[in-house]
Design a protein around this ligand. Structure first.
Ligand SMILES: Nc1ncnc2c1ncn2[C@@H]1O[C@H](COP(=O)(O)OP(=O)(O)OP(=O)(O)O)[C@@H](O)[C@H]1O
Ligand SMILES: [Mg+2]
Length: 134
């Protein structure tokens, strides 16, 4: 397996934890600060746990980015679940359809530099996010 491009399947909480750890490891390997690495880990964990909970399963791809002399980590979490009907509402802190805090999406967006959600009702959700090394 190419260690700079890792894909993990999400079928249980253990996989979410694995993805979290792998995100943190790659961020550290890129030379990110401990704080930024924890931000990456937390964002991966929130978005992966959304895929697991709201779509039952999904996948996480972690990839090193190199753009000029910028280095970073790209994270793509994809699922084939129900999709999100109102993304703007879902992004708002406090909105949850699972009677939870409803802060996962917002927190992940704030912890990463780039954050994009593609979602379609009945087809699934893909979150693509990245963090760049300072
Ligand atoms: N992958 C997904 N598939 C379908 N719906 C999703 C997905 N991710 C998020 N959502 C919707 O967006 C809402 C907000 O997500 P968010 O992660 O912010 O909060 P939450 O998962 O409800 O609670 P928590 O704060 O524990 O993460 C969810 O309640 C759900 O309705
Ligand atoms: Mg969540």
């Amino acid at each position: 397996m190419d260690e700079d491009d890792v894909t993990l399947l999400l079928k249980s909480e253990v996989d979410v934890l694995r993805a979290r750890k792998e995100g943190q490891r790659l961020a550290r390997e890129l030379g990110m600060t401990a704080i930024d690495s924890v931000k990456v880990a937390t964002a991966v964990s929130e978005i992966a746990s959304n895929a697991l909970f709201h779509a039952r399963e999904g996948s996480v791809n972690l990839r090193m980015l190199c753009s000029g002399n910028r280095r970073g980590l790209s994270v793509t979490v994809a699922d084939r679940g129900p999709g999100i009907a109102d993304l703007e509402q879902a992004m708002r802190d406090g909105f949850s359809t699972r009677n939870s805090l409803g802060i996962g999406l917002g927190a992940a967006r704030r912890m990463m530099d780039d954050f994009e959600v593609n979602t379609e009702i009945g087809r699934g959700t893909t979150v693509t996010m990245a963090k760049w090394k300072d």
